[in-house]
Design a protein around this ligand. Structure first.
Ligand code: NAP
Length: 396
């Protein structure tokens, strides 16, 4: 980004639950010489977030910008004035596209917290080429979806290379297994139910995006067959998790060097016992089915309101672990990424660190277009997260 803009970084959605946590983190960690802004549609709410930052002793206080997703000109202005925009305004499938368009057109780097496959795939199909032309990095899934998995897979292939004495050759197989505790916010509830209610749109968007990805990144990456099974080394009963995370890991594997030319990935949720796993599948399956029936979905949407989220005491007790097994050339490594509250405290940290990486790190972004966090920052992302006390370790 050659020209100087008013703001190194802008947080859009700062009045929401996760946007507020992200603003707090940036208030503590953004260098004093980086001007930044909070953006949203409600100036009184924005002023309250600003005042809370001032009261907590933040010295590099943000400017306030008015922007509304229903006013495209306000998104264009925000994009032209910022080097990097963070957005926590979701569900992204309803609210996200205008800002992606503004950032892609104006060469503005962009980070979001979506976990919605339809949105990510549509952004790839519609804005990858224009973002490449202007030099913008449009980085989706910068929260618990999908950073621990995306960055953890990169860390694991680097550890495999160390164990193999060089970049792994031939078939490389990674399995990532998640265990976590925590609850979710109103915003996450709304986004998840919206995505569950659109299976056909999801499939279509995925099909279009795959065509573009196959053309842009000819290296292959394959999903392992999604079979539930018991695996004591990886944490008990494993249930395949059809979230957006494997899609993100495999995109990084195709675009970044070090994953080999024949990469395979499987993504699972671990349960201690078979009844627990079956109960979990039943619960998620029930919610998926319920989301297909419009009146039921609308009733469910009212159960948690936008702006609500788990209290600090609850978040302080929450945690996550993602354990990986990497195998190549007859060598195997076990690694783990772990941290505190996955959905909000660590998500706000991951989002802010990705944005600061784009705004401040030498050689960033490593790739432009619609990209994954690892494509955007490569090993610099892992270094930033380690410094921010998200743990990456080799267990065996
Ligand atoms: N994938 C992950 O790991 C992860 C983790 C956490 C959150 N998330 C996602 O992040 C998103 C935010 O979650 P949250 O719980 O923080 O939601 P939230 O508390 O409901 O916040 C939503 C924000 O969007 C703003 N907004 C809504 N309509 C707008 C409009 N027309 N123009 C401008 N701003 C508008 C709201 O502003 P007002 O205050 O003015 O209403 C608020 O700031 C959700 O999509 C959620 O799924 C993902």
């Amino acid at each position: 980004m050659a020209e100087t803009r008013d703001f190194g970084l802008t947080v859009f959605g700062a009045t929401g639950f996760t946007g507020g946590l992200c603003a707090e983190y940036l208030g503590e960690h953004l260098p004093d010489d980086v001007p930044w802004a909070l953006a949203g549609r409600n100036t009184e709410k924005l002023q309250a977030v600003h005042d809370a930052l001032a009261a907590s002793g933040v010295t590099n206080l943000p400017a306030l910008l008015t922007a509304d997703i229903n006013d495209q000109a306000s998104l264009e202005t925000m994009a032209r004035r910022s080097n990097v925009i963070i957005t926590t305004v979701g569900p992204y499938v309803w609210y996200g596209e205008g800002l992606v368009r503004a950032c892609a057109d104006n060469g503005t780097h962009y980070c979001d917290l979506t976990g919605e496959p339809e949105f990510v795939c549509n952004m790839i199909s519609r804005y990858h080429q224009s973002a490449r032309k202007t030099g913008a990095a449009i980085v989706n899934c910068c929260g618990f979806d999908s950073i621990p998995h995306d960055a953890g897979a990169l860390f694991t292939v680097r550890e495999l290379a160390r164990a193999c004495g060089g970049p792994p050759q031939g078939r490389v197989t990674l399995q990532g297994v998640v265990t976590a505790s925590g609850t979710f916010s109103g915003g996450t509830w709304q986004s998840a139910l919206t995505a569950f209610g659109r299976p056909r749109e999801n499939q279509l968007a995925m099909r279009h995006a795959r065509m573009l990805l196959d053309h842009e990144y000819p290296k292959t990456a394959h999903a392992l067959a999604p079979l539930p099974r018991r695996d004591t080394e990886l944490g008990g009963w494993l249930c395949p998790m059809p979230t957006i995370d494997p899609f993100m890991v495999m995109r990084s594997a195709r675009a970044v060097s070090g994953y080999g030319n024949d990469f395979h990935y499987g993504h699972y949720l671990a349960s201690k016992s078979l009844p627990k796993m079956v109960g979990g599948i039943g619960g998620i399956g029930g919610l998926l089915l319920a989301a297909q029936i419009k009146p039921v979905r609308e009733r469910l949407l009212t159960l948690r309101q936008s702006g609500e989220g788990p209290a600090k005491e609850k978040r302080d007790r929450s945690w996550f672990k993602v354990t990986f097994r990497g195998e190549a050339e007859g060598t195997r490594v076990i690694t783990q990424v772990s941290g505190g509250d996955p959905g909000y405290d660590e998500t706000a940290k991951m989002l802010a660190e990705t944005a600061m990486g784009l705004a401040l790190d030498k050689d960033a972004p490593r790739a432009t277009g619609v990209v994954t966090p690892v494509m955007a920052l490569e090993d610099g992302l892992v270094k930033r997260l380690q410094k921010a006390r998200i743990h990456f370790q080799r267990l065996r």
